[in-house]
Design a protein around this ligand. Structure first.
Ligand SMILES: [Zn+2]
Length: 188
């Protein structure tokens, strides 16, 4: 007589299971954002990269690199490019239940765009605003203008903004600082 095969019933993973799995992988996601920031400097873009992760599946659904100088578009920040890519790939108009991993702390524009138009509530960043200012980016000035308001809005939305892997995120900034043939970001 054949032994009865034991077949475990298949079930869909619960959101909480996927969510905690995602939490365990957050360094991996951040490293993907950092890798994009390093690649961006090589390609002539700004030293910033970002990925969007779907918290329901743990899948990276969007990738972005800073293209400001390449596209001559001041809105082409890594975070915005990642949001555009994620929405295009999934044919969605918002990114609720998604997390954003960005190699540098978002500017007030990207923060509000992510939170309020895309619906993202968890944002992880590598380099800080101070690190970006140290290599010539105007993030500190912009934050001084509207940053406190944006952070208050983030708190009200029950969102989180956390720093992760700053040391590794510095690589693209160092590359940018040393790059001799870069197109300057601000010309006036
Ligand atoms: Zn930005």
């Amino acid at each position: 007589m054949n032994e009865r095969e034991t077949v475990r019933p298949k079930r869909k993973a619960k959101f909480s299971e996927v969510f905690w799995r995602h939490e365990a992988q957050r360094k991996t996601y951040m490293r993907q954002a950092i890798a994009l920031s390093i690649k961006s400097v090589d390609e002539g873009g700004g030293p910033f990269g970002a990925v969007v992760v779907d918290l329901n599946t743990g899948e990276v659904i969007g990738r972005g690199k800073n293209r400001v100088t390449l596209y001559h578009d001041p809105s082409a920040h890594g975070e915005i490019e990642a949001i555009r890519d994620a929405c295009k790939n999934t044919e969605r108009n918002d990114l609720v239940n998604c997390a954003l991993y960005t190699s540098a702390e978002p500017c007030p524009g990207c923060l509000t765009e992510s939170l309020f138009n895309a619906g993202i509530k968890r944002i992880y960043y590598g380099n800080s605003v101070a690190n970006a200012s140290a290599i010539g980016f105007a993030d500190d000035k912009n934050w001084a203008l509207i940053g406190t308001t944006a952070k208050k809005m983030l708190k009200q939305a029950n969102g989180s903004l956390r720093q992760l892997l700053r040391g590794e995120a510095q690589i693209a900034f160092e590359d940018w600082k040393l790059k001799l043939d870069k197109e300057e970001y601000y010309k006036s």
